[in-house]
Design a binder for this molecule. Structure first.
Ligand SMILES: [Fe+2]
Ligand SMILES: [Fe+2]
Length: 440
């Protein structure tokens, strides 16, 4: 019996062996999905393991070399020391990360953005263009009995107990914690967030608008329509989070959140004024909202926030803050406003619009800072939610990069010298900074 068991164990298939490589090559050859998605990829790639596991060390290899030619893989073998020079793209990770990518069919581009996979050589922007091909390629890798570390995904759904009575008032018992981060943010909000959109002078903007070409007007309307709906969405969707925080008795946080919602309302007012006073009240701007934009702003954002009306569990709060503060504000809006401001400033255009964007960006930085504080607090109390939260952000980062691709799709050349690569690069860096701050 013991002998039989041992034999069975010996038969268990191992990753990163000659057999595994052979099976992988066969899987690529028979994958119609990779043939289709990889039809524009013509470059060798090196998948490197660092540190090199014992098994590969004994074979004198550092990883795997794949020669990719328009949807075909003409060569797949153990990589030699001279291969890095031949490859345009080198992806590096430790054994556990590679196994997780293979077994869980992860998106390699997203893993790079999250800093789990290292792009040792090559351009992230170019790779993100080939993202579907890269994912389809790695999805063909044979999966054996799970060998990567077991990942616990606990999803506590229990809501915090909510009472309809106040047990005490903080101001009359302990006093407000003025040193707390939310109270510090509130002091800043009162100092820097008191600007009035109605005071901004749009007279020069109006004059300049008349002199713009139709293409130039079009890109300004396009980008403005994304900001306008975005600001309206975050104004409409914030309340469930404020109510959740309020019901938990976190008075300092709620005090700050009053300024947060007020500022979002002003941002909505600001863009509405710009449209009515500069763009002559142009309507039908929804035609600029593409499929991916709609998925995030019309569906996922309200759905993740409104879930808090029935589920105030830590995971539901994390997901709401992740969607709202990290992706919508911290990745898309921050990148969009930076590019928008830069574009207008470099062309000396729309001084009123620029004045508002400067103020609005300051407000947004406080909102994002609060989101990071909230997420850190919840993760500290619930470290087991880390993986579920990361997976949530991973899906949304995918949406965010798709929105950027979608924005640029209709243009051969974007007026005012806007570049997709700049957008993508900036967005990814913002996302990575936030992940770093959260220790993810
Ligand atoms: Fe805003
Ligand atoms: Fe905001």
């Amino acid at each position: 019996m013991w002998f039989k068991k041992k034999k069975e164990k010996e038969k268990k298939k191992e990753y990163f062996t000659e057999v595994w490589i052979k099976e992988w090559l066969e899987a690529i050859e028979s994958s119609d999905d990779y043939k289709r998605k990889g039809k524009n990829w013509n470059a060798p790639i090196l998948l490197k393991l660092d540190p090199v596991p014992e098994l590969l060390k004994r074979k004198g290899t550092i990883g795997f070399f794949l020669n990719l030619k328009y949807g075909e893989c003409t060569e797949l073998r153990f990589a030699q020391n001279s291969d890095p020079d031949k490859c345009d793209v080198i992806l590096t990770a430790d054994e556990k990360t590679w196994l997780r990518l293979i077994e869980e069919k992860k998106d390699p581009t997203i893993m790079i953005m999250k800093g789990e996979l290292k792009l040792e050589k090559g351009s992230l922007v170019l790779l993100s263009i080939q993202r579907k091909a890269a994912k389809a390629l790695l999805e063909t890798a044979p999966v054996y009995e799970k060998q990567s570390a077991d990942i616990k995904t606990m999803h506590p759904q229990s809501s915090a107990p909510v009472s309809n009575r106040h047990k005490y008032f903080k101001t009359t018992r302990k006093g407000l914690n003025f040193d707390s981060f939310p109270m510090q943010l509130f002091q800043k909000a009162k100092k820097f967030g008191i600007w009035n959109p109605a005071d901004i002078d749009f007279s020069k903007d109006r004059e300049q608008w008349k002199g713009l070409t139709e293409d130039e007007k079009n890109i300004l309307m396009h980008l403005s329509s994304l900001f306008m709906a975005g600001e309206e969405a975050v104004t409409l969707d914030l309340l469930p989070l404020i109510q959740t925080i309020s019901k938990e008795g976190r008075i300092e946080e709620e005090i700050f959140l009053t300024s947060f919602l007020w500022e979002e309302a002003k941002h909505t007012e600001f863009f509405a004024r710009f449209v009515s006073e500069v763009m002559n009240g142009r309507t039908n701007l929804e035609r600029y909202h593409g499929t991916f934009y709609r998925e995030l702003f019309y569906n996922k954002l309200p759905s993740d926030l409104n879930r808090l009306c029935t589920d105030t569990s830590p995971l539901a709060q994390l997901k709401a803050a992740g969607t709202y503060n990290i992706i919508v504000e911290g990745t898309l809006a921050e990148t969009g406003y930076e590019a928008y401001y830069k574009m207008l400033a470099e062309n000396d255009l729309m001084p009123g619009l620029r004045e508002g964007i400067i103020k609005l960006k300051q407000d947004e930085s406080r909102h994002i800072a609060y989101g990071l504080y909230l997420i850190s607090r919840i993760l500290k109390e619930n470290p087991d939610l880390r993986i579920s939260f990361e997976n949530h952000l991973e899906d949304l980062l995918n949406d965010a990069t798709n929105i950027i691709h979608e924005i640029f799709e209709p243009y051969n050349e974007v007026p005012f010298g806007l570049e997709k690569e700049w957008f993508l690069d900036y967005a990814i860096r913002q996302f990575q900074n936030r992940m770093h701050k959260l220790g993810l």
